[in-house]
Design a protein around this ligand. Structure first.
Ligand code: SAH
Length: 342
């Protein structure tokens, strides 16, 4: 029988799951706390030994482990390859900023969104991760950092809204008081723009920062870069963003990876027109080249000019710092290549 993961359960559900063991009521709260501090059953020293063995036999404690890590010589960024229990792997990136550690989390093994410039989607989507597996990535990263991870970005492999229920469960668990208690305002979720889920998410009462991968000033260019743009027009996506802003009071961040197709000054002008009046911010990033696709990034002069054109039109814009470039840890470079190389 497949062992059940306890880490993805809410306190009530955990108590329910453990009920057949006939434990005193406080035990399940103790177990919840241990699990969410990253402990395994063997480490739960305030539980009777027999109970620890019993738990070990029927349940999974920490579902993720680190298989490999690479540290950037440029900025200390760590890229990790995590092993999942079924033999699959996902990648993650731990970045150190002046305010603490930020972890880039994966939500699926691979991705089925098919963006033309991204490495994560090259082999399609193998499966979605469970909430427990998302929490497990943080526990792994916490063993490497001197202080615990304080900020999260759901920007690793996978499309978070293609795994909606487990991502929402994860967000509630990671922010709860008895758990890691990471503030929702310290979490960014990035989506390629699945409109129905964006609208539904606006109503969850989860005030995370929503990042929208826009990457184009119009539908023609966006459709060339992102298949999802054939399902939802830019107008629909931007309307869903306005709805999110209205419901949560939070600004939306637009991600824009500059490449040969979307980076001319006229594109900046067109983009500014589309975003006028919105409570938003644009994060530009020079596209990181992925060997398997032919899309090229742009040079510094193009990035600077593009940003100036937006600023001139009063659009708030920054350039995203690129970290871990020497270890293939930069945006769009995460992939599930480990198994393929074996
Ligand atoms: N599925 C989510 C999260 C994916 S990755 C989404 O689409 O938003 C996070 C960001 O990295 C996205 O904005 C994605 O478009 C961007 N990205 C992917 N490949 C990239 C590349 N080669 N260079 C720069 N950014 C890239």
């Amino acid at each position: 029988m497949k062992k059940k993961e306890l880490l993805g359960l809410f306190p009530q559900e955990l108590a329910e799951e453990l009920r057949p063991l006939g434990l005193p009521a406080f035990r399940s709260a103790q177990i919840f706390q241990w699990l969410h501090r990253g402990a395994g059953f063997a480490d739960m020293t305030n539980l009777p030994k027999a109970l620890r063995t019993q738990l070990e036999e029927s349940f999974v404690d920490q579902p993720v482990s680190i298989l490999e890590k690479r540290v950037s010589k440029l900025d200390g960024t760590v890229k990790m390859l995590y092993a999942l229990r079924d033999g699959n792997c996902v990648e993650g990136v731990l970045m150190r900023y002046h305010y603490g550690y930020t972890l880039c989390l994966s939500t699926q093994v691979g991705c089925r969104m098919g963006c033309a410039f991204c490495a994560s989607t090259l082999g399609g989507c193998v499966r979605s991760l469970s909430a427990a597996e998302m929490l497990g990535q943080i526990h792994c990263a916490n063993t490497l950092a001197e202080e615990h991870v304080s900020n999260l970005v759901l920007m690793g492999s996978g499309e978070p809204f293609d795994n909606y229920d487990e991502v929402v469960r994860f967000l509630r668990l990671v922010s709860c008081e008895e758990g890691l208690h990471i503030g929702l305002r310290h979490i960014s979720l990035s989506t390629c723009g699945l409109v129905p889920q964006m609208r539904r998410f606006a109503e969850e009462g989860l005030p995370v920062t929503l990042s929208l991968s826009l990457h184009a000033p119009n539908d023609v260019i966006r459709r060339r870069l992102m298949p999802v743009a054939r399902a939802y027009s830019m107008d629909e996506v931007l309307d869903a963003c306005r709805y999110y802003i209205e419901k949560t009071g939070r600004r939306v961040i637009f991600e824009y990876a500059l490449n040969e197709m979307n980076s001319a000054p006229e594109h900046a002008a067109e983009l500014a027109g589309r975003l006028r009046g919105m409570q938003c911010h644009v994060n530009v990033i020079p596209l990181n080249t992925v060997a398997e696709n032919a899309i090229q990034g742009v040079n510094e002069a193009v990035v600077t000019r593009f940003m100036q054109e937006l600023e001139k039109r009063h659009i708030s814009v920054t350039r995203r710092r690129e970290m871990g470039d020497d270890i293939d840890g930069a945006c769009g470079q995460l992939r599930r290549h480990y198994l393929e190389e074996q």
